[in-house]
Design a protein around this ligand. Structure first.
Ligand code: AHG
Ligand code: MN
Ligand code: MN
Length: 336
């Protein structure tokens, strides 16, 4: 726990003042996203007492059934962000195309992408879920905004983070100067800095993967997990533990707190799909957070943040977490 009671607002103001890392519009953007997350947390907490559980009876562009909370969270983020003058456009897992800031509001410099509710399958069973976001700068030199403006690799992000709705509501943020965590203080109604300079241990004995897909995996992933499962008697010479929460936010949060390796790799179920997770609003923000905490993130062949996107809802194979483990799985892909 920190000694001083430093709110998210104060943290952002001080980062802006001292390091110049957070221009005014970006500070506003991050405060607004945090405010939206507080609202989403309230809706999540209502559970059966509110109109928030279950399916909405619709499908998103990716053919996934939308839960009521997917839609509530999406609308909350849009409503909170569209009027402030800090954004040029938004994109979301739950919307096919980009969302332009309506004409009646001023146009800002930033592009915001989000997975409004991550881990949808956990909503109805009272298990941790979250919101993931990624911020890019709109390229200069032309008026208006198009989908092309979003096609920037993750290494161009200017801010990224997530909010986890678990036993505590915690906002985790990077602006490229390490990772900080803020816990929601419900009495004060504000996020308070609770961890700074988060570091992921380089080694781990814990992996996260959906084992039910084992028969569909590619050889390098099979090899890695098989070696972990052999424990002390195998080539790794140590026993491994496994966790799978089925919400990337929760699995990544655990890895930021105590290390581990997370994988949602390409598999043979749908060989033409590069993976399940989405590059722009899942893998890129999480990959950057993990790197900023001393970990690594690859698709088995290259650094996730260096992938040049070609589509808003592009998917990607994801291996991230403790550096030495990610490097090991990645090296198995190149046959070394
Ligand atoms: P979303 O709820 O936003 O669609 O994302 C769910 C993702 C990710 O958070 C999680 O790691 C993975 O799907 C779980 O997938 P399985 O159900 O296949 O394990
Ligand atoms: Mn998701
Ligand atoms: Mn989602």
């Amino acid at each position: 726990m920190k000694q001083k009671n430093i709110s998210l607002t104060r943290y952002l103001v001080e980062q802006q003042r001292v390091d110049g890392l957070i221009p005014g519009q970006l500070r506003l953007l991050l405060e607004v996203v945090a405010r939206a997350c507080k609202r989403i947390a309230l809706a999540v907490n209502k559970g059966e007492l509110g109109e928030v559980m279950g399916s909405a009876g619709t499908e998103n562009i990716q053919g996934e059934v939308q839960k009521k909370l997917d839609i509530i969270a999406n609308e909350t983020l849009i409503e909170a962000n569209e009027w402030g003058g800090h954004l040029a456009a938004m994109a979301s897992e739950e919307m096919e195309g980009i969302y332009l800031v309506p004409n009646r509001y001023p146009l800002g410099e930033y592009l915001l992408m989000f997975d409004p509710l991550d881990g949808s399958s956990n909503i109805d069973v009272n298990v941790s879920i979250g919101t993931i976001f990624s911020v890019l700068k709109k390229p200069e030199g032309h008026p208006g905004v198009t989908e092309d403006d979003f096609m920037q690799p993750g290494n161009q992000q200017v801010a990224a983070g997530y909010c986890i709705y678990g036993p505590q509501t915690t906002l985790v943020l990077t602006v490229g100067d390490g990772v900080a965590m803020f816990t929601l203080d419900r009495e004060q109604g504000s996020f308070v800095l609770t961890r700074e300079n988060v570091r992921i241990p380089e080694d781990t004995k814990e992996f996260a993967i959906n084992m039910s897909n084992m028969r569909h995996w590619d050889e390098p992933v099979k090899r890695y997990i098989d070696e972990c499962l052999q424990g002390k008697e195998g080539p790794r010479g140590k026993d491994f533990n496994m966790r799978w929460i089925a919400s990337m936010v929760s699995d990544v949060h655990r890895i930021l707190c105590r290390g581990g390796v997370f994988m949602y790799p390409w598999d043979k179920r749908e060989p033409n799909k590069p993976g399940k997770l989405r590059l722009m609003y899942e893998a890129n923000p999480m990959g950057w957070l993990v790197e900023q905490a001393g970990g690594a993130a690859t698709n088995g062949r290259q650094r996730i943040l260096d992938i040049q996107p070609t589509q808003l809802h592009e998917r990607v194979s994801v291996i991230l977490g403790s550096k030495n483990e990610v490097e090991r799985v990645t090296s198995y892909h190149s046959g070394t």
